[in-house]
Every structure is written in C-alpha cells, then in structure tokens.
Write a protein that binds this ligand. Structure first.
Ligand SMILES: [Zn+2]
Length: 143
C-alpha cells in the first residue's frame, strides 16, 4: 500500500472529492497515471477504459487496474468519497474527530470509521519512515 498522492489538493478539489465517488476515482487516476499508463503485468503502454470508473485495461494482456489499486482506498467497503473525508480529517490533524462523530456525519457505522481511521494512521506512520522522495505524501495533499 503505497502513497500515490504526489499532488497537492486545492480547497476546491477537496470539496468536489468529498461529494462523489466519481470525482475521487478521477483524481486517483489522474495522479496515478500522470506520467502515462504502463501495464503492471506486461509493461504495455496502451489501454482502453476498464469496467469500474476511471480504471484502465491493458490492450495486450487485458489486465485491468482500478484507479484505487495500490492506494489506501483500494477495496474500500463504503463510498470512497466518505473515505476521502475520513482521510482528510485524520491527515490535516486540526480537529481530531472521533469515530462516533465521523459515523454521525457520514452515516456510517462507528466501527467502519474507526477501522478506516486506524488504517490511515498506520499509513501515515509508515510514510514517516520513508525517505523524503518516497513519501509523496498523503499528509501533503491533505494539508
Ligand atoms: Zn498488459
């Protein structure tokens, strides 16, 4: 699980991302493939759209990669824009919202929020042990 964020998010982007999944995937895809697409399996550079929003499918070996693959939002069991909201709140570290408060605001189960919060915190700790270059940083984009 690496950080794929290498770009700072503007206030406008944040607000957009928090409102729908579509925008979140678009953002993830944009950052992930900013230097172009390369198939993880065969190295081919050509792709066509995949089945899920903003995913890409290799034209050679047909391997599909979702926009969230390799990020903390991969296999998220609840709407990804809600996950962005939690990540934002954990990363900016201004007000420490409890998992109860997050659950209330996002209409999610408290346990779901707690689990994801924990996951983000661990990811940040992991990133702290990375070098400046490797970091890319979820903290940076959510500042
Ligand atoms: Zn391929």
């Amino acid at each position: 699980m690496g950080a794929i964020f290498k770009k700072e998010l503007s206030e406008e982007q944040l607000n957009e991302l928090f409102h729908c999944d579509e925008k979140c995937f678009e953002f993830l895809a944009e950052v992930k493939w900013e230097h172009g697409f390369t198939c993880r399996k065969c190295g081919n550079k050509n792709f066509c759209p995949g089945k899920t929003p903003h995913s890409r499918r290799c034209t050679k070996c047909k391997t599909e990669e979702s926009a969230a693959a390799g990020t903390i939002f991969h296999n998220c069991k609840f709407p990804v824009h809600k996950a962005f909201y939690i990540a934002y709140n954990v990363c900016k570290g201004k007000e420490d919202l409890s998992s109860y408060e997050l659950a209330r605001r996002l209409s999610l189960r408290q346990m779901t929020c707690w689990n994801f919060k924990t996951k983000i915190s661990h990811a940040i700790q992991e990133m702290d042990s990375l070098s400046e270059n490797e970091r890319g940083s979820i903290q940076k984009i959510f500042k």
